[in-house]
Design a protein around this ligand. Structure first.
Ligand code: BES
Ligand code: ZN
Ligand code: ZN
Length: 500
């Protein structure tokens, strides 16, 4: 999709569809409503009076051949309360406009930027939202009956012509929006296509284009390194495990004593059957998405490779398949981790923490001073928080606070869960240093406690995305399926934070 911008009157923009957000406060204020209604020559008031249009968020009303417009169609779109209209909402509105354009067979969609945000930031989030909305997981459909892609998105600003700011915002938006869709696409890929090997190949291809150095650590090397909790997971599969390591080119120059190195670690289980502790058949197909954390790290690193952050960042993705077989790890098996601690594996379905434990410890051995991990780790997190917040835990409160503050910009909501020492006792093993599963209560927390054992005193943040990796319902601004959750949050951590 091409992204353009225009400054000037929105009624003069030639396009197939011109989307105009309308806020609740405006329709309650007679003078503001009159002003807005004048541009649409009465359409807005009529649409409101008929009850067809309401200003609630994402609500739309499509009008053909609107008088006074150069656009073929006018899309009124609810912005909700203007006072709640944070950048995340503007991104959604841009996505909803593009999706409305898709289903109305419009090749070009324009959006009038309203809401009073700084223009560079507005242009960035609108670009991200437009790319997000245009995405459809239809690679495997031999025919698409439903909608056509939008070819062009136009960001329209009636205010001051801040072209440089807008242009820069659009460029960033393209990088982040494409990286998010890339992560979504990987999540949507079926597990017969996206094996650990294919995941590694994709990282090599895409990483090279984005200015990353990509290294793949193979099984033999893992064996030498003693990554036995990771290897315990892949044992049951015919597919060899891969550890994908992503570095930003030329960043090593910045290395030196006291210069922090951030490691992003993403769970890359390309299919989680549960292993010998096998899962029930119902919804097992959703476990193709158990690599969503890895996809978020790959997406974020690809974006950062292009955005060139000031901080040193590396990405690590353990990619494995968790299957039962005659070779598979059995409940009760004991293995020695990369760090040297021994683990009793009482449940092979708690495999995410096993691969993450070794890779978090490995990241530290590579000089990481700060750790951020992201994983579809526990069903318990979905029980606790549902589908609209990821769980966040960790030992670096200032980073957690920073991440949570970004939510209104990124739209990726994080809710902190506690990490008190009492939860550690649940993982005591009779025969090893730790077991991988306790009881079911507080399962998202005990999983994090398990990881904590392997990060030791390195500042660390853990994001459990089990409930947010996939959208099960579809939204006005997004197709069902992979959400790419985490890409924007991880990128935001390293690019100069946008003012909210
Ligand atoms: N990949 C799952 C967690 C998951 C569940 C992600 C639902 C997305 C949706 C993870 O590997 C797992 O199976 N966890 C077990 C842990 C249990 C055995 C302690 C779980 O949550 O049931
Ligand atoms: Zn599992
Ligand atoms: Zn899993």
């Amino acid at each position: 999709m091409r992204i353009e911008f225009r400054t000037g009157k929105h009624t003069d923009v030639t396009c197939d569809l011109m989307a105009v957000p309308v806020f609740e406060e405006e329709v309650k204020d007679a003078a503001a409503l009159r002003e807005l209604d004048r541009a649409s020559r009465g359409v807005l008031k009529a649409a409101l009076a008929s009850g067809e249009f309401k200003t609630e968020l994402h609500r739309t009303c499509l009008v053909h051949r609107p008088a006074g417009f150069k656009a073929g169609r006018l899309l009124l779109i609810g912005g909700g309360k203007r006072s709640d209209f944070v950048l995340a909402r503007l991104r959604e509105v841009a996505g909803a406009a593009v999706r409305a354009g898709r289903s109305a067979a419009c090749g070009s969609v324009a959006l009038l930027a309203r809401g009073g945000h700084p223009l560079g930031e507005a242009a960035r989030v609108c670009t991200e939202g437009a790319l997000y909305g245009n995405y459809e997981p239809d690679d495997y459909k031999t025919r698409d009956w439903e909608s056509r892609e939008v070819d062009e998105f136009v960001f329209v600003s009636e205010g001051e012509a801040r072209s440089r700011e807008i242009q820069q915002g659009i460029l960033r938006g393209i990088v982040i929006g494409n990286a998010t869709n890339l992560a979504r696409n990987l999540v949507n890929e079926p597990a017969n296509i996206l094996t650990p090997t294919r995941f590694a190949e994709r990282a090599l291809e895409l990483g090279a284009e984005a200015g990353l150095e990509v290294q793949i650590i193979e099984q033999e090397e893992m064996e030498k390194l003693g990554m036995n909790t990771l290897l315990a997971v892949s044992r049951g599969s015919e597919q060899p495990p891969k550890l994908i390591v992503l570095r930003i080119k030329d960043q090593e120059r910045k290395a030196g004593k006291g210069v922090p190195l951030y490691a992003l670690v993403g769970k890359g289980v390309t299919f989680d059957s549960g292993g010998i502790s096998i899962k029930p058949a119902e919804k097992m197909e959703e476990m193709k998405a158990d690599m969503a954390g890895g996809a978020a790290v790959l997406g974020a690193m690809i974006a950062l490779g292009q955005l060139r952050p000031h901080n040193r960042v590396i990405g690590l993705i353990p990619a494995v398949e968790n299957l039962p077989s005659g070779r598979a790890t059995k409940p009760g098996d004991v293995v020695k981790s990369f760090l040297g601690k021994t683990v009793e594996i009482t449940n092979t379905d708690a495999e995410g923490r096993l691969i993450m434990a070794d890779v978090l410890a490995y990241a530290r051995s590579q000089g990481a001073t700060h750790l951020v991990d992201i994983a579809t780790l526990t069903g318990a997190c979905v029980i606790a928080l549902g589908w609209h917040n990821a769980g966040v835990m960790g030992t670096n409160q200032s980073m957690i606070d920073r991440l949570r503050k970004y939510c209104s910009v990124t739209g990726e909501r994080l809710w902190q869960l506690p990490l008190d020492d009492e939860y550690r006792k649940i993982l005591r093993s009779e025969i090893a240093d730790i077991k991988n599963v306790g009881h079911r209560y507080g399962g998202a927390i005990t999983a994090a406690k398990f990881l904590q054992e392997f990060v030791e005193d390195t500042p660390w943040v853990h994001i459990d995305i089990a409930g947010v990796d996939m959208d099960h319902e579809g939204r006005p601004f997004a197709a069902k399926g992979g959400t790419g959750f985490g890409v924007r949050t991880l990128v935001q951590l390293f690019v100069a934070p946008f003012r909210e």
